[in-house]
Write a protein that binds this ligand. Structure first.
Ligand code: SF4
Ligand code: SF4
Length: 83
């Protein structure tokens, strides 16, 4: 089994992007001033890595995040950033 297959979660290019993010040690974080606390990202996070109460800025537990960037794709407030 290749490293790509071991880390694969999706049938598209998500696993390749995940590998790149890991190699470059890039984290996915929430920019609190932009976060409205809508909760949409937490609903979409398959790793249950996003926490926060309604209408309060959320945060990502880096120990749980698998860097799938689903949260980035659903956030309508441009609050998810790559660092
Ligand atoms: S989807 Fe965006 S605005 Fe909504 S809680 Fe997540 S980071 Fe905040
Ligand atoms: S990148 Fe994926 S695993 Fe990490 S917080 Fe966002 S949705 Fe959850």
């Amino acid at each position: 089994m290749t490293e790509s297959n071991q880390n694969s979660c999706c049938s598209d290019g998500t696993d390749k992007v995940q590998n790149i993010l890991n190699v470059l040690d890039i984290r996915i974080l929430i920019n609190e001033p932009l976060c409205t606390g809508c909760g949409l990202c937490a609903e979409k996070c398959s790793a249950n890595a996003i926490f926060g109460k309604a209408k309060i800025p959320h945060f990502i537990d880096q120990n749980l995040c698998i860097k799938c960037y689903a949260c980035y794709e659903v956030c309508e407030y441009d609050a998810i950033k790559f660092y």
